[in-house]
Design a protein around this ligand. Structure first.
Ligand code: NDP
Length: 402
């Protein structure tokens, strides 16, 4: 049993708090801190009504290390679950080291002033965490997160060597808005408009954003969707930790309306990250756009349909070539009924809760900085079935992927 400090009271934070609150035998005390304390209090009220559990709340600026250290020293948690924004990863890691607590996140560090995300900044903390006897577990959402563990599980149980990896993230949900993002709009748009990189023959190959797509039919009648190749951070860690991979690609589904809006917004400069002067004020266009768009945490009641996220792996077993597809399908409305959120926040928050629980139960406790695929996948996969994200395996799915 352990006390946890959750930082970030957005869509994902709400799910993590709900799921931790459902397991008092693991998460004996929960403290939720964020920039806007009113958002923490709203979630605490939901949780008290739904499960009768009291959640403590606090205000914190997670860009400020001394403030974070004071809060951690006051709360004295076993670990911090960071579900604020990727910009805060390093300050929260610094504070965890100073206050001597474990760390977990769901997205890799990204500097505010350049839309560039890579693990080098966080991997550089390896020695400091190891020397302090502390663990930092990186990328514990769905993608990155569950998709990394899916890859490790497939490699462990189905192959001698894996050669080709396609991560396919389909959101077949519809929220009824012409344009809205399912998680933080600023992070989402920075990710989607970034140049595409995929791994091929020992190096990353760069192509223009959204320039390659294909059609994909999901299992369980989720539907047929256009999926677009884009860069996603797990490609960096998975190709490092599974060096037999010859080609690794990440694909995400987008609807026509989303792409049309994004193109127009990009053309008029609304997705820019450089400040512009307006009426004597400095305004960052993408941050202004975020203020106009629907808050992703309000999409829950109006989102219908399912997500289908999984990994297609090709490789060899006993000298024979084979293909394995491992995936989860999740219904947006089922998530809403359970934790008052849509499936994107749900599918991110549940793996974060599971990973934290495995650290608390010491099944995954290991000093140093680790990516989630470096842990034993088996207890995580069992917990996915138990806590709301059941998965299936199809051997030889017969896909004809690019
Ligand atoms: P939201 O924007 O909904 O929530 C972010 C929260 O962090 C808000 O409560 C915000 O506070 C808070 N926050 C932002 N800056 C600070 C700060 N300086 N100090 C304290 N709190 C701060 O985002 P999501 O919940 O959608 O996403 C949370 C994280 O999860 C992101 O890092 C995102 O990239 C990641 N993610 C990972 C996925 C995966 O599968 N791996 C999928 C989806 C998301 P305020 O309310 O005041 O703005």
């Amino acid at each position: 049993m352990a006390k946890v400090l959750i930082i970030g009271a957005g869509g994902v934070g709400q799910v993590v708090v709900h799921k931790c609150a459902q397991l008092p035998e693991v998460f004996s005390e929960i403290v939720l801190a964020s920039r806007t304390v009113a958002k923490c209090e709203k979630i605490a009220q939901q949780v008290e009504q739904q499960y009768g559990r009291k959640i403590e709340t606090a205000a914190v600026d997670a860009d400020n290390v001394p403030q974070l250290v004071d809060l951690i020293n006051q709360v004295k948690p076993f670990m911090v679950i960071n579900v604020a924004l990727p910009y805060q990863d390093l300050t929260i890691m610094d504070a965890c080291l100073e206050a001597s607590v474990h760390y977990l996140d769901t997205a890799n560090y990204e500097p505010l002033d350049s839309a560039k995300f890579e693990y080098s900044w966080q991997w550089a903390y390896q020695q400091r965490f190891a020397d302090a006897g502390l663990m930092a577990l990186l990328g514990c959402g769905f993608d990155p997160g569950a998709t990394n563990v899916f890859t490790a599980y497939i490699a462990k149980h189905y192959f001698d060597e894996i050669h080709y990896l396609d991560i396919i993230d389909v959101n077949g949900g519809d929220h009824g808005y012409p344009f809205a993002t399912n998680f933080n709009p600023e992070i989402n748009i920075r990710e989607v408009t970034a140049e595409c990189r995929h791994w091929e023959n020992g190096e990353f190959v760069t192509t223009p954003a959204m320039s390659t797509h294909q059609s994909f039919t999901c299992p369980e009648e989720v539907g047929r969707f256009n999926i677009y190749r884009m860069y996603h951070e797990e490609l960096e860690s998975l190709t490092k930790h599974f060096p037999t991979i010859k080609k690794a690609q990440f694909w995400m589904s987008f609807g026509e309306s989303y792409l049309k809006h994004l193109e127009v917004l990009g053309n008029v400069g609304m997705t820019g990250i450089e400040p512009v002067e307006f009426n004597g004020q400095q305004i960052v266009p993408i941050q202004f756009l975020k203020a106009l768009l629907p808050d992703p945490s309000t999409l829950g009641p109006r989102t219908h349909g399912k997500t289908c996220i999984g990994c297609v792996v090709r490789g060899v077993k006993g000298g024979e070539e084979k293909t394995v597809y491992l995936y989860n399908v999740k219904d947006h409305q089922d998530c809403y009924r359970e934790v008052q959120s849509q499936a994107i926040s749900y599918t991110t928050g549940v793996p974060a809760m599971i990973s934290a629980s495995l650290m608390i139960k010491t099944q995954w406790m290991q000093p140093g900085v680790w990516n989630i695929e470096q842990m034993d996948p088996d207890p995580f996969m069992a917990a996915m079935n138990q806590y709301g994200l059941p998965w299936k395996v199809i051997e030889e799915p017969g896909f004809d992927l690019i």
